[in-house]
Design a protein around this ligand. Sequence first.
Ligand SMILES: Cc1cc2nc3c(=O)[nH]c(=O)nc-3n(C[C@H](O)[C@H](O)[C@H](O)COP(=O)(O)OP(=O)(O)OC[C@H]3O[C@@H](n4cnc5c(N)ncnc54)[C@H](O)[C@@H]3O)c2cc1C
Length: 463
Amino acid sequence: MPDTALEQLKRSGRIVVVGASLAGLRAAETMREKGFAGSLTLIGDEPYEPYDRPPLSKSVLLGRADADRTLLPRRRALDAEWRLGVPADGLDMAARTVRLADGDTVPYDRLLIATGVRARPWPNEAEGELDGVFTLRTRDDGAALARALAAGPRRVLVIGAGFTGSEIASACRERGLEVTVAERGDGPLVGALGGVIGAVAAELQREHGVDLRTGIMVTGLEGDATGRVRAAHLSDGTTLECDVVVVSLGAQRNTEWLTGSGLGAGPRGIACDAGCRAFDIRGIVTDDIYVAGDVARSPHALFGYQFLSLEHWGNAVAQAETAAHNMLSESTERRPHLWVPAFWSSQFGVNIKSVGVPSMGTEIMIAQGSRAERRFTGVYGYQGRVIGAVTFDNSRWLQFYEQQIEATAPFPLPFTTVDRRSDGHKPMPADFPDPSVPTHGPTITLSGYSPADRRITFTPAGH
Ligand SMILES: Cc1cc2nc3c(=O)[nH]c(=O)nc-3n(C[C@H](O)[C@H](O)[C@H](O)COP(=O)(O)OP(=O)(O)OC[C@H]3O[C@@H](n4cnc5c(N)ncnc54)[C@H](O)[C@@H]3O)c2cc1C
């Protein structure tokens, strides 16, 4: 067998993974599974081995699991060098080195970037630093918030009713705590699932005793003389007394460390091709730098080749496996990352799952069950085809609709609904908020630009 560059890489090359969490770990395991015998270095700014985040807003807040018992199970022994507790703070693409904040440089032959996202902080820094104000992204965040809830606060204020904010509100109610949710949009989950489903989620929250206030913004937080939060000021002129505030305003992508490197990285993530290879700022694909997980944005054939950024657990795993495969494959053997987006959440006793890209849908049709019973399947349509689906306590239907999405099946659905309840007869507007208005942070972001962003002018050559 010829001793190709790829064989040499597999035998004695240097692979560096920046971001030692879900995507980073699963990619590293896949590389070893594929026979990579060279040196493997994982760099992570958190001091912990890779752990799982979904339990942080669920069992950890309910006191059913400790935040430090959420380590991700290992699929195999890794034989890797772990550089934990030190962030990467620079990339030299020409020299093929990653610079660490402690001054070290780490050389690579192939680099995988999986630096994920972080919680968007409260915009007023001094208010955000008051005791009793939290965000939820890391294991330390989860432990601190769980402690605060266990101490029995008089009232918790959750700012933002996306998936994470709604799960936090649900945990508060399950613990018997008074909770107010302030949401700028018309209802919970509207950024991800639209107004029709948002109305169901709003009813669910209110039935469970949440003081849900929609169309409301928190304009300021107020502390007492000891620096502890005591109240929040709302855009309707009212003041709410609260002793715990959870800021749940979506996420920001961890790309600042790449500024000036020449890689196509920015606030919307790191652009890559369908094979997970990163683009440089000129739009040219790199050969040795790959991206996976929440920080990546990549084109998807099923969704008009729009660039998708997905904050989904399953996407991080699937994209990491594809990136790892491609990093160790000849170009003809590389695979595209064509995972159909899928997401789950549990809140207020309901299991919510989605597949596809609901937020691309202009219409929704309740295909099985009924909203009144909180057990249904909503199917989203876009330009005459099925583009996404959501289930409330009805996940057995998800696989079927995933197949419909993959087959670009027509919308409205040509078949009659199985149980023929009144909800199921005709499509209605899905009622998503104007995409140019920021929401609490949808977990899927479409396309590479913001409709509100008009800074770029295209000037054809010769003009
Ligand atoms: C509270 C919560 C609940 C969730 N629930 C669900 C759910 O129910 N269903 C679902 O599908 N998804 C859920 N998710 C999302 C899911 O956890 C993410 O999609 C997944 O963690 C993404 O993995 P990742 O490896 O891409 O990024 P991350 O898990 O964000 O990991 C990135 C890592 O890189 C590190 N890093 C960043 N910058 C640097 C740097 N410069 N140098 C070194 N390291 C760096 C970060 O600190 C982090 O450790 C939830 C997330 C949270 C926070």
